[in-house]
Design a protein around this ligand. Structure first.
Ligand SMILES: Cc1ncc(COP(=O)(O)O)c(C=O)c1O
Length: 409
């Protein structure tokens, strides 16, 4: 049965996460369905950043490395992300970008599996994962990259494979990989498993340790709401930490950075994954942003996210027959996003944005809508589809201004 708007309002009233919306600084009249690309601004961030700029940087200057404990931000923020991804607090640090962290962990995996020269991954993944692996292969000279479709992954895991790198939730289709099964298959072949959690962390319950995952990375600016270009995170399972060698042996990953010795010696544990000076203001923003997860049950987030995605698809496909389906209809197989396809997806998305419904477009034909259950409600979804149906019915997307391609889509 398709829900009415009144039903959606009633669902919002009964929603255990309803109170969380007030923790975000949302623009009135705008429906934000792009938290899978850039999370909305948590209200806690601005006062925390103001204090960090004025008191810690402005007044206390260099002393703040100790007095404000700036030096431990990467481990402190990592420990806060850890419960969201099924990791122990001392298995995660926040640092660098996801791309850089992929490089560090993939290179380290090759070292951890000497004699094995193959990295298995899949084509069509978010490009940076593939690009970084291609750069690593070119640097190493003797590494083979094996990009195979999901159905062929198990067969591709031969005894020369050092690493399986996969993105848990696909950036375009939202498809969820079975982390436990694929990690077990990698291990059966003697390989390690590295998971990109960019579209998973904060969106669905991830259980890295429950799945036996070895390594993981992910973005801080999507569902973790850390702000544009927020630091990423990296995870190294406890059992691997002593053998883990980062290829980027910067001083912040040294055992004694303030001894200023000439020779590199790695810090203990996951801290050796650090390279250079942490981005203090960005980490401060991310740390404050993570407070929106305090006391939240990831099961509630997942349940609402699946319901919002289903509601959007039910309404959109019933009212706008011109769209194709670019994701699974089964919510358990999707992350917190849905995808519609249309040959004119780009101008349709621009028309939606112009009317205050913010999603994004991914070439060649995907309209992507993300549902962050902490601040998106059922009535929002209903209203968003109402706008979409109106745009399609009136053919508003045909206006020339919606066809100008911007640098960032
Ligand atoms: C799967 C995946 N990995 C990595 C990234 C981005 O990496 P970076 O933060 O280094 O730009 C994205 C961005 O959307 C992504 O979807």
């Amino acid at each position: 049965m398709t829900l009415s708007r009144a039903d959606c309002v009633a669902l919002d009233r009964a929603d255990p996460l309803a109170g969380r919306r007030a923790l975000f600084d949302l623009t009135p009249g705008q429906i934000y369905l792009d938290g899978n690309s850039l999370g909305a601004l948590p209200r806690a961030v601005k006062p925390r950043l103001d204090a960090a700029v004025q008191a810690e940087w402005g007044r206390d200057l260099i002393k703040s490395w100790n007095t404000a404990d700036w030096i431990n931000l990467p481990t402190r923020v990592g420990a806060r992300i850890a419960p969201l991804i099924g990791a122990a607090p001392d298995e995660v640090i926040a640092a660098d970008s996801t791309s850089v962290n992929i490089f560090k962990l993939a290179a380290a995996a090759l070292k951890l599996r000497p004699g094995r020269k193959v990295i298995v991954t899949e084509p069509g993944n978010f490009p940076t994962d593939l690009y970084i692996l291609q750069g690593l292969r070119d640097l190493m000279g003797d590494v083979e990259l094996r990009a195979v479709e999901p159905a062929g992954l198990q067969a591709a895991l031969t005894e020369d494979v050092a690493l399986l790198l996969l993105t848990h939730v696909h950036y375009k289709t939202g498809r969820v990989h079975d982390m436990a099964r694929l990690t077990a298959q990698a291990h059966a072949a003697g390989a390690l498993a590295l998971w990109d959690l960019s579209h998973s962390a904060g969106a669905l319950a991830v259980d890295l340790n429950g799945c036996g995952a070895d390594l993981a990375v992910g973005c801080g600016y999507k569902y973790l709401n850390g702000g544009p270009g927020a630091p990423a995170f990296l995870f190294v399972a406890k059992a691997l930490q002593d053998g883990f060698q980062s290829p980027l042996t910067g001083w912040m990953g040294h055992a004694a950075p303030f001894a200023f010795g000439d020779d590199y010696a790695p810090a203990k544990g996951v801290l050796r994954g650090l390279c250079g000076t942490p981005s203090v203001l960005a980490l401060t923003a991310l740390e404050a942003a993570l407070s929106v997860f305090d006391g939240v049950d990831m099961a509630d987030i997942r349940a609402k996210s699946m319901a919002l995605g289903d509601l959007f698809l039910d309404l959109a496909l019933a009212r706008c027959s011109e769209f194709g389906l670019g994701c699974s209809r089964d919510a358990t197989q999707r992350g917190s996003q849905v995808a519609l396809t249309h040959p004119h997806g780009y101008p349709i998305m621009q028309a939606l944005i112009d009317r205050g419904v913010i999603g994004d477009f991914r070439a060649p034909d995907v309209l992507r809508f993300g549902f962050t259950p902490l601040y998106v409600g059922y009535a929002d979804v209903w209203d968003a589809v109402e706008v979409l149906a109106d745009i399609m019915q009136k053919g508003q997307w045909r206006e020339a201004r919606f066809h100008e391609i911007a640098a960032v889509t």
